[in-house]
Design a protein around this ligand. Structure first.
Ligand SMILES: *Cc1c(COP(=O)(O)O)cnc(C)c1O
Length: 406
């Protein structure tokens, strides 16, 4: 079968909507368009019923009850609501929050905002493998600590944090535990009970649902979590998030979660096989390549590899019929190496030449082989032009040379 180009392998950034999800959503644009908050006619009831059905589907995927699901516009909003909502509600109790350095910006920037407002935030470092040290966490907790916010799995390196252990520590100390689980939910088993999570952020468009809809799980007992609302007006979602619900989006979100739940075991097998095939095809043919983050606690569909002795931009340009992300983030106007890789201790050169591969539901073996070949060809071609690579091969210790890049 001929391969269709370009190939999409950037499923941590977003995923295509599953056609089965689109089918479930369609009636809710035109026929069943009622406002789910309209209590006195059939259009409203149909909308409400669809929303409650989706709420149950989402809850089931994470071991929650439907009443604990609060719909939002996406995980950025969920992260904001969780962290700012707890911070404001429990200000009397304390003003200290603990997070870690490789969080998504939705968490880091929210914490920075709170620091400006007088809260204290501890940013735990990560070990070389990408995970926090649990003793660091224990030591960071003070009587003023009200919240621990640690992501489930990282969006760049795919590393899974020791979530259940964190949940246990949080419970022992009587501190709420929020987890940004956008990259994990639907991909690996997530259970808010087993994991001891009190607040959990999810986004539909990272699990084959539509963009612009997400949810925050808010624990209702043992312990009950209360939040100060960030959006006022109308008191929707039990007062935690006002605004007319995005019924078609929510229906799609629910369907996407149901598909993930039913197909996770099979899908994980398929995705990890594709991922291992990609890794083998690349790393068996290229020396001086390094995996970022431990593969022991890892999402099945992710791998992040640095290629020494090539230039990041040239590498991406060389594989421009493949959609992947690089470790050079265009934050503001400058080309900064990824803060996540920096936090692992990856040097700037290697951070710039890293590629994040995010394999998805619709990728095939043929596509994986094509991508691997393109990467190998391109890296070989670029290294042929690299005097540094040549010197390294001849035995010069390039790292000890005193040189500046032009
Ligand atoms: C994508 C992502 C977000 C943001 O989700 P949106 O729904 O796009 O706002 C937050 N956290 C992580 C880890 C993500 O990967």
């Amino acid at each position: 079968m001929a391969i269709k180009l370009p190939i999409y392998m950037d499923n941590h950034a977003t995923t295509p909507v599953d056609p089965r999800v689109v089918d479930a959503m369609l009636p809710y644009f035109t026929e069943k368009f009622g406002n789910a908050a309209s209590r006195n006619h059939a259009f409203g009831w149909a909308g409400e019923e669809a929303v409650e059905n989706a709420r149950a589907q989402i809850a089931q995927l994470i071991g929650a009850t439907p009443k604990e699901i609060v719909f939002t516009s996406g995980a950025t909003e969920s992260d904001n609501l969780a962290i700012k909502g707890v911070a404001e509600m429990y200000r009397e109790k304390g003003n200290h929050i603990i997070t870690q350095v490789t969080e998504h910006k939705a968490v880091l920037d929210t914490c920075k905002r709170l620091e400006k407002e007088g809260y204290e935030v501890t940013y735990l470092p990560v070990e070389k493998d990408g995970r926090i040290n649990l003793d660091d966490l224990r030591r960071a907790i003070t009587p003023k600590t009200i919240l621990i916010s640690i992501m489930y799995a990282n969006n760049e390196i795919g590393v899974i944090q020791p979530v259940a252990e964190i949940g246990k520590i949080a419970k022992e100390k009587g501190v709420f535990f929020h987890s940004d689980a956008v990259q994990a939910v639907g991909k690996v088993p997530v259970d808010v009970q087993k994991d001891g999570i009190d607040l959990l952020s999810i986004s539909a468009h990272k699990l084959y649902g539509p963009k612009g809809v997400g949810a925050l799980y808010v624990r209702r007992k043992n312990p009950r979590v209360q939040l100060t609302a960030m959006v006022d007006g109308g008191g929707h979602e039990r007062g935690m998030r006002s605004g007319t619900l995005n019924v078609p989006g929510i229906v799609g979100f629910g369907k996407a979660c149901e598909l993930c739940r039913l197909e996770m075991v099979e899908e994980t097998k398929k995705l990890s096989a594709l991922r291992d095939r990609l890794r083998e095809a690349i790393m068996s043919k290229l020396d001086e390549t390094f995996i970022n983050g431990t593969m022991e606690h890892h999402l099945p569909h992710n791998i992040n590899i640095s290629f020494a002795y090539v230039e990041g931009e040239s590498l991406l340009m060389g594989i421009n019929d493949v959609a992947v992300s690089s470790g050079s983030a265009c934050t503001s106007a400058t080309l900064e190496p990824s803060y996540v890789l920096k936090a692992l201790g990856v040097g700037e050169d290697l951070a710039h030449t890293s590629i994040r591969f995010g394999i998805g539901r619709f990728n095939t073996e043929e596509e994986v082989d094509y991508v691997a070949n393109r990467v190998v060809e391109t890296v070989n071609r670029l290294r042929e032009l690299s005097p540094l690579y040549e010197m390294a091969k001849e035995g010069t210790d390039v790292s000890k040379m005193n040189w500046k890049t032009a």
